[in-house]
Write a protein that binds this ligand. Sequence first.
Ligand SMILES: *[C@@H]1O[C@H](CO)[C@@H](O)[C@H](O)[C@H]1NC(C)=O
Length: 237
Amino acid sequence: MAGVSGCIKYSMFIFNFVFWLCGIVILALAIWVRVSDDTQEILSSEDLGSSPYIAVNLLIAVGAVIMVLGFLGCCGAIRESRCMLLLFFIGLLVILLLQVAAGILGAAFKPESDRILNETLYENTKLLSATDGSGKEFQQVIIGFQEEFKCCGLVNGAEDWGNNFQQYPKLCECQDAEELCTNYNGKRVYKEPCISFIKDLLAKNVIIVIGIAFGLAVVEILGLVFSMVLYCQIGSK
Ligand SMILES: *[C@@H]1O[C@H](CO)[C@@H](O)[C@H](O)[C@H]1NC(C)=O
């Protein structure tokens, strides 16, 4: 045992054991969601496109990677296997580099994605006034959003709803303070269009994702350092 720090060895073992368990749980849940009949129906019936499938598949991949890395890390530490520790180090390094690359790409394309988001929202405004049923789901989503955020329409307020304004009885109904409301077709409706609220909400979620990514990066760097130290200590035994 001389030369190998028990502290590093056992913290490596415990941390990676936990990761390994987390990986198994994520993998098991994701596979269960993917194959179970009930969720199959929900995933495909709601007309959400293919995004839930992509999310579940991504979760399966993430779970598998965490499980394999956790296994390499915890077995590599406890058995003092340089080969496993090296694989663990390389795997973790690749993930960290991918994360950094994604961060750089994200920052570089931020103006572009802001523009695309803005244009998509302007484009989708048409769906609110569509009477042929094509925008039904989008309309329901926006109605829920309007009630929660006390706003109306997407970009121009109540007029975005066009002829549909009469179809939904309580659409945009404003019972708040005067300064939040305006009159439209003889009804009191919320004045503020929803576009800025939607953008704010997305921006908040992006910040959460960035925060998680930074937290992960710190853990990954710790893992890199620990596995490297252990690898060297085993070598010099
Ligand atoms: C969003 O797009 C619309 C229409 O394309 C444009 O008039 C508006 O200035 C854009 N707003 C921002 C903040 O880019």
